[in-house]
Design a protein around this ligand. Sequence first.
Ligand code: AMP
Ligand code: MG
Length: 402
Amino acid sequence: MITVDKALNMIVDNASPLSAKTMATEHAHTFVSVNDIVADRPLPPFNRVAMDGYAVRSTDFSSPEIELKLKGQIQTGIQSELVVEPGEAVNVMTGAPCPAGADAVVKVENSKVSGDVVTLHEDNIRPGLNIASMGEDKSRGDLLIQAGKPLSAADIAVAASVGLAEIEVYQKPRIKIISTGTEIVHPSVTPLDHQIRDCNSYSLRTMCRPYRLENEFLGIGEDDKDVLSALIQKGLDSEILLLSGGVSMGDYDHIPKLLSENGVKKIFHKIKVKPGKPVWFGKTDKETFVFGLPGNPVSVQSCFRIFVEPLIKKLSGYKQAQHAFLKLPLSQDAKSKTPREHYMPGKIKVTDSGTAVEPVQIRGSGDFSNFAESQGLFLMPGSKRVLEKGELVDFLPWSDTW
Ligand code: AMP
Ligand code: MG
């Protein structure tokens, strides 16, 4: 059995970013930019007035309150040749270019106009007051968004601001999903005593949503080789096929053998982890990646987060496809019986003394109802059986697609 680290490296190293496409910047949220995005002009592009008020020469302030000749007005968006000479002020609006000669802006609240004279009061006059000078945020050519980063709302704003109405991004993987198990029925069916309603296809499809992945549920396959083979064949027409159930050691756990028979080459089977020990991973010659996930709902959700998401990230062009854990203290002791690396459900607890992870008690991998209280997974290393209150743990929130 391989370790989690080894499995994650094998997943990420076997995949490469998909090909690029050009899309409208307004639709590019969560897509990953292929290119570095740089400033096409200084930011701000001119000495920008930061307050509605009066552009002045700071050296005119021989005392906090002075009278100046009101020379005119500069409206935002209108070009002006006005120059502020000694003894003069120009009325300016937020966002307008600061007129030549002026080096400070006194806010309108500190002014009184009478005819063409303005009285200004400013206790803290200094050059640069209420002016954002040209290039103070970034110079022309400075890096604004690094290639390989998923685009946030703020990044989309930056891209638009440097004139990119379209942007080159990596395509995202299309996902196909199959639930397996003779006992599994559709949620709309009233189950017989021995039957279980399918919930795995629901959690998996929902977990694809923050990444905005096209995904399709191919249906529930009973534990019959022909039925499952036919479904697998349909699923291989995608970048990632996810199956739940049928990967363990039971007589009806056909999935590993059927995947091999259908041209999926095994990369690994079984990981030293809890939950998720029976995870099967492979790919076809046509670069369809396949995960056989254990059927327990807790395992499915945990394994998607731990193992499938780094693959999605790598294929989508993320430079950082591996997990970035948060480091948080535990709010109370946590115990595990397994010598495997254990990803345990936790929720965030905020108190006056800080933020901590509180373990969520579940009765096992089938206990999806108590598990639903969790906000992420914290890691109990394989070398430990106990983590004490206050110890820092690696915490993986359920979503990090900011
Ligand atoms: P398996 O991995 O096939 O041995 O399944 C492990 C457990 O998960 C069994 O109790 C199954 O009934 C349950 N299970 C499998 N698939 C699903 C599903 N799609 N929805 C809910 N429970 C499932
Ligand atoms: Mg099964």
